[in-house]
Ligand binder design. Structure first.
Ligand code: FES
Length: 122
């Protein structure tokens, strides 16, 4: 590795506009067995979490890149309908109320979303 030949993605996850406004986008795991990431978006804001529901430690979605979001405020787990706030990943209704999704630190630069600590977190 050298400065003239940077690693391929340097934490790049996706373009902000790849994420449906008021919805979610799945970033599949790079490594076998590692959880993916779900990115939530409201306008120019975005939040990222490991795609693992704290209820049963399984992905929040049932089918690839298919998520249920409500009013650009809440993400619903496809399995038992736990509802998570976009902003902090806290479950506000459902079987794991009070539990939280695990945040993944991101930054947005020129409408591109990067993982701040991609070597450790993904
Ligand atoms: S696995 Fe998500 S609510 Fe049960």
């Amino acid at each position: 590795m050298n400065a003239a030949n940077p690693e391929p993605h340097q934490g790049f996850l996706c373009a902000l506009d790849d994420v449906p406004d008021g919805g979610a986008l799945e970033i599949p795991a790079d490594r076998a067995g590692a959880p993916g990431v779900v990115i939530l978006r409201r306008g120019d804001d975005a939040w990222a979490y490991r795609n693992v529901c704290p209820h049963f430690s399984i992905p929040l979605n049932y089918e690839p890149n298919t998520f249920w979001a409500y009013d650009a405020e809440l993400l619903m787990c496809a399995h038992h309908s736990a509802m998570f706030r976009f902003e902090d990943g806290v479950c506000v209704d459902g079987p794991c109320e009070g539990a939280s999704l695990t945040p993944v630190e991101i930054r947005i630069e020129q409408r591109q979303i990067f993982n701040n600590d991609w070597r450790r977190q993904l």
